[in-house]
Design a protein around this ligand. Structure first.
Ligand code: ZN
Length: 545
């Protein structure tokens, strides 16, 4: 089967291509142009349109225990929950597995990473992801507050044992990488600690947060896992926490490290209210540290729900729950917290958070080291992405928003003075070429021959939000799945994972550990092959917009 996407403006920064031309697909893969006069089996006219690779989201909470707990806590947010008021929280997002796959595809996204899965919840997460249509997906496994690792560090276990633990976790949970969330903080929470910083020690274990981050960073690097350690720092959401992020960047000491949702660490303590933007200092540090990548976690106004395995932070934020209900749960390692939240445009703090996220996008020079996220749904649902693309691409549009926000908040940020506007090429770098490289997935994020034929075609609409909300055509592995913003065909993607080798002894040790500690076979933590893929669609009904 030979498909030709003809005469579009092809933007493929991985190959330095931005020109009118064709993209060819042969049997699910991007192909070189065939000899002249070769006729395609199928031709799609893309003249006047933009052609990019399928987009990749590196950090979006779309499956697993926390996400499901949020669904159970907030049934009024579900599409199926009728009767209900016309505009309920998250009613534009939908958040069943089915809607998640459809709505990502409609925007031209074809790969999404669920970034926070406790290893003992990995099977649940994979089963939900397997039920999420169209997109390929992956999980990051969470370590760094679990008793096994902390005990290993307390007893001065050698770095080889830590490496084996990381490799065993990646293999058993079928993960693409490792994340650490408030390293040591969730473990300290079990000892009634309510404030925990980078150099604090976890009670009982006597290891600092810094030591945990560094041990995991080195293990991931030494194992050759492409995605660097994905770090959710300590002190999320607190005024003055930019110092924590700066200290974490310095602690990386030149080795690759990814800082998640940096907006939530972009806070200074200046001004009457003791809350200001520290985005310029953070951006300067990121610009100067080529080993560091970040994603933003942009805030947009409206109702959402915060979902996090930073149980300490979520516990401290429980009084801010709107509506006034929340779930905090503990357990081995991180536990989790679900706190619904409403970001309001007329609120000083929320308006400043919105500005700080945009400052980070615009002040970090290299679009291949700043990644596009809202930390869905923590900063905003992923369905707000088109509006954020538009804000990045237009200073005038930002000015309109700024004019409606509290002047006192806008006085504490440099955003009003920033003239930069993202180009389509920079958007493509940030959402295609760079995330593929960051995750070690060289079969996507570009339109070179041999790549999987994940392709998004957009109308070149002056209204960039409209353009990115509703792709003209989307192909997944060469299969046409979206036309004019509507899903036309369902298929199921793959679960992407890595399997670095490890010493067999770690397996025996884990078996003994789970037996002694929980009276459980360690089989409960091992995700079987059949759980990470779903062979064929059945019984699907169309995904209404
Ligand atoms: Zn997150």
């Amino acid at each position: 089967m030979l498909t030709r996407i003809a005469n579009g403006r092809v933007i493929d920064p991985a190959h330095g291509r931005d020109a009118i031309g064709d993209v060819w697909i042969r049997d699910g893969r991007i192909a070189d142009a065939p000899p002249n006069a070769t006729r395609a089996d199928e031709t799609h006219d893309a003249s006047g349109k933009i052609v990019m690779a399928g987009a990749i989201d590196i950090h979006s909470h779309i499956a697993g225990a926390n996400t499901n707990t949020a669904r159970l806590l907030l049934p009024e947010h579900h599409r199926a929950s009728l009767p209900r008021p016309a505009a309920t929280p998250l009613s534009t997002a939908g958040w069943s597995t089915f809607e998640t796959g459809c709505r990502y595809a409609q925007m031209g996204f074809t790969t999404v990473v669920e970034p926070a899965v406790a290893p003992h919840h990995a099977l649940h997460a994979h089963l939900e992801l397997a039920d999420t249509p169209i997109i390929d997906k992956a999980i990051l496994a969470v370590l760094g507050n679990d008793d096994f690792l902390l005990d290993l560090m307390r007893t001065k276990g050698n770095s080889e044992a830590i490496r084996d633990t990381v490799a065993w976790t990646l293999e058993t949970s079928r993960a693409l990488g490792i994340k650490v969330i408030n390293a040591g903080g969730a473990a300290a929470f079990k000892a009634n600690v309510r404030a925990f910083s980078l150099d604090d020690e976890v009670p009982w274990y006597g290891v600092s947060s810094r030591a945990i981050v560094k041990a995991l960073q080195h293990a991931v690097h030494d194992l050759g896992v492409p995605h660097p350690l994905h770090v959710h720092c300590t002190n999320l959401g607190l005024a003055g926490n930019a110092d924590t992020a700066l200290a974490t960047i310095a602690a990386a000491e030149g080795l690759p490290l990814h800082l998640a949702h940096l907006q939530f660490y972009g806070y200074g303590k200046d001004g009457e209210r003791g809350f200001s933007s520290a985005a310029p200092q953070l951006a300067e540090a990121v610009n100067g540290a080529k080993n560091i990548t970040i994603d933003v976690g942009q805030v947009m106004f409206g109702q959402t729900v915060t979902i996090s395995s930073d149980v300490l932070r979520q516990f401290n934020a429980r009084d801010q729950a709107r509506p006034r209900k929340w779930v905090i749960f503990d357990g081995d390692s991180n536990g989790g917290g679900i706190v619904p939240y409403n970001y309001r445009a007329n609120d000083f703090y929320n308006a400043l958070q919105w500005a700080i996220g945009l400052e980070l996008f615009l002040l970090i020079d290299d679009p291949s080291r700043v990644f596009f996220t809202t930390d869905h749904p923590n900063g905003a649902p992923f369905t707000t992405y088109p509006e954020i693309f538009a804000l990045l691409m237009s200073r005038d549009l930002r000015g309109e928003w700024i004019s409606r926000l509290p002047p006192a908040a806008m006085a504490m940020t440099t955003l009003p003075s920033i003239a930069r506007e993202y180009t389509l090429g920079e958007i493509a770098t940030m959402t295609r070429a760079a995330p593929a490289r960051l995750l070690g997935l060289n079969d996507r994020g570009h339109l070179g021959a041999g790549a999987g034929a994940d392709v998004a075609v957009y109308h070149d609409d002056r209204d960039r939000a409209a353009m990115f909300r509703s792709a003209a055509l989307v192909f997944k592995d060469g299969d046409l799945v979206v036309r004019d913003g509507e899903v036309t065909h369902y298929r199921f993607g793959r679960a992407l994972n890595v399997r670095p080798g490890h010493d067999a002894a770690i397996g025996r040790r884990m078996t003994a550990y789970y037996d002694e500690r929980y009276g459980l076979s360690d089989d409960f933590i091992k995700v079987p092959e059949f759980a990470i893929a779903r062979p064929a669609p059945f019984g699907l009904v169309p995904c209404a917009r």
